[in-house]
Design a protein around this ligand. Structure first.
Ligand SMILES: N[C@@H](CCC[C@H](N)C(=O)O)C(=O)O
Length: 285
């Protein structure tokens, strides 16, 4: 990590999760850190680092070129990195955890917060009566974009399924399966064909529809591996329902917990679930 000369040797961090999808929050209000992919991966390593599915650098929009042009809309930028160090455009659980941190640390009042991401600004709602270390947080996810441009197939071992391409700001391939055990242990990434369908990689959801408004899924995230929950993935699964989702409220159960998704009349989605801070400390690098 390259901090400005004479910067501190230790840095504060916060550890949090949303439905078991866990993150390292690194406050960097003045944009002093340049984190290499190797450094992010070392911090996220579960044996030799702090351990997380991803890292959320909390930086003010006016302190980073990546949020160029967004400072008029949002004070803070979510610099999201996957556990392998690669950047991601959007993270539905991460942005809820970031909002939890910003409110808990006193950087923002509870209520509606506008946060910038690589996929554009999003509004996050931290209830006034739940401004502590845990409780539900909601994010306006916007409208999913479905692409029927290519016929995509997802394979795991001898099993293959047709997939629907969904863009939630980040890329997803959604597969409906009979049983959540069908994709096996997901230790290796699913194979997606044609290979050029997702030039920057893809997150794959394996979904079971239990009732019209109740889904369960497992997810293999780009840049991470199988995780216990994925907010954009849960929205992508609802977006991929045959004939499109009806307006209303959906539940999506994942190994780490339950997320709720409201589909509004204009097709926009609101994602709600737990956002929890579990630890705070310092890390020296
Ligand atoms: N867990 C996240 C998604 C994180 C980004 C993903 N791994 C990618 O590379 O696009 C979520 O909750 O949405």
């Amino acid at each position: 990590m390259n901090a400005a000369a004479a910067g501190p040797a230790t840095y504060p961090f916060v550890k949090g999760h949303g439905a078991g999808n866990d993150f390292l929050v690194l406050p960097d209000p003045d944009g002093r850190f340049r984190l290499s992919a190797t450094e992010v991966a070392a911090l996220c390593d579960r044996r030799t680092g702090i351990g997380a599915d991803g890292l959320l650098r909390a930086v003010r929009c006016d302190a980073t070129l990546e949020a160029d042009g967004l400072a008029a809309e949002a004070e803070w930028f979510m610099d999201y990195r996957n556990a392998d160090g690669s950047p991601g455009q959007m993270c539905g659980n991460g942005i809820r955890v970031l909002a939890r941190y910003l409110v808990h640390a006193g950087h923002c009042p509870p209520g509606a917060l506008r946060l910038a991401t690589r996929a554009g600004p999003r509004t996050v709602h931290v209830p006034h009566d739940k401004a502590g270390l845990d409780g539900p947080v909601t994010v306006d996810m916007g409208r999913p974009r479905l692409s029927g441009l290519a016929d995509v197939v997802v394979s795991v071992g001898a099993n293959a399924w047709p997939a629907l391409q969904v863009d939630m700001g980040n890329p997803h391939a959604v597969v409906f399966v009979d049983d959540l055990a069908d994709p096996g242990d997901l230790v290796s990434p699913p194979v997606v064909t044609p290979a050029d369908a997702y030039p920057e990689g893809v997150t794959v959801e394996f979904v079971v529809r239990r009732t019209p408004f109740d889904l369960a899924l497992r997810v293999h995230e780009r840049g991470v591996g199988e995780t216990r929950a994925c907010g954009t993935g849960a929205c992508a699964a609802v977006a991929a329902l045959p004939a499109g989702p009806a307006t209303g409220s959906y539940t999506v159960d994942m190994p780490g917990g339950r997320l709720r998704i409201s589909v509004l009349a204009d097709g926009a989605m609101r994602l709600t679930g737990p956002a929890v801070i579990v630890a705070q400390g310092t890390v020296s690098l």
